[in-house]
Design a protein around this ligand. Structure first.
Ligand SMILES: [Zn+2]
Ligand SMILES: [Zn+2]
Length: 279
């Protein structure tokens, strides 16, 4: 019998779009970033195989599947899915992709209960400041999906399956088992929601095409002390390019100075004053 892998019962299409929605940006020769409504999916080609990091928004699998198929047509086969964490906007199409290609999914051991139907995420805190997106975050799904045996813990060695050049870094705070992925060779950081590259109140706005290093999405972040430690850990890696969960890729001075500013002013710029989880 087929494994019963499934999304949370509260998973539904969220009518949210950004200016870049649908765009595929080539970030390096082997890494591209696909913008699924408001969230980024990273596609990495290595040794004639394709690995994707996070899977986008609920009910949006068609476009991502066609992007993967276009790689297949060039002989580059999907090998695995890596997750930074299990929030709905990062696992929105994972069941469709696993059903279609039966590839393994990897996440941090601590995140597994939220990916195997055992624990739901805390409800989004729609009272935090953060403009429109924080207000509508109460409609965001928070129920755990269930990937059953399709999801595995990342190796404790820090190695990343199928991607020899990458290591994973535990960056808790936004969620307990949040991880980021780092490639030392070119300083490429896939930060997930440990920090993001757009202003909290502009997640849906057209105005900014430029990235701006900003704290993790407020409405879902539950442990601000850990999230601060995680941002410092990532800044210490001295990344040269970052692709985060939300917002455009960011490089060099903008990234370095943005991270420095975030670290130096974390309480002011990242932590909400009045959030349910910030005291
Ligand atoms: Zn998240
Ligand atoms: Zn996110």
């Amino acid at each position: 019998m087929k494994d019963q892998i499934r999304y949370g019962d509260d998973y539904r299409f969220i009518p949210a779009f950004s200016f870049k929605s649908g765009e595929l940006l080539e970030v390096t020769t082997d890494v591209s970033c696909y913008v699924d409504q408001i969230v980024n999916v990273v596609l990495i080609e290595a040794n004639d195989q394709l690995v994707i990091v996070d899977t986008g928004m609920p009910k949006s699998s068609e476009k991502l599947i066609s992007l993967i198929e276009s790689r297949h047509n060039k002989g580059i086969k999907l090998a695995a899915i890596l997750l930074t964490h299990g929030h709905f906007d990062h696992v929105g199409t994972v069941v469709d992709i696993v059903d279609k290609w039966n590839v393994p999914v990897f996440a941090h051991e601590t995140e597994l209960p939220y990916l195997t139907g055992k624990l739901d995420y805390p409800e989004p805190d729609s009272s935090v400041e953060g403009g429109f997106v924080a207000k509508i975050s109460r409609f965001f799904p928070n129920e755990a999906i269930n990937l059953g045996e399709k999801v595995e813990a990342l190796p404790t060695t820090g190695q990343v399956p199928f991607l020899d050049e990458f290591t994973w870094v535990h960056t808790p705070g936004h969620t307990l088992g949040h991880v980021s992925y780092f490639r030392k060779r070119d300083g490429l950081l896939l930060a997930g929601d440990a920090f993001v590259t757009l202003r909290q109140d502009s997640l849906y706005q057209v105005v900014t095409q430029k990235g701006e290093v900003s704290g993790p999405p407020r409405y879902f972040t539950t442990d601000w002390d850990s999230s601060y430690d995680s941002v410092k850990r990532l800044a210490n890696l001295k990344p040269s390019i970052a692709i985060t969960g939300h917002g455009p890729p960011i490089k060099e001075t903008e990234l370095t100075e943005g991270l420095r500013h975030l670290v130096d002013h974390y309480q002011d710029v990242a932590v909400p004053d009045n959030g349910r989880y910030s005291h």
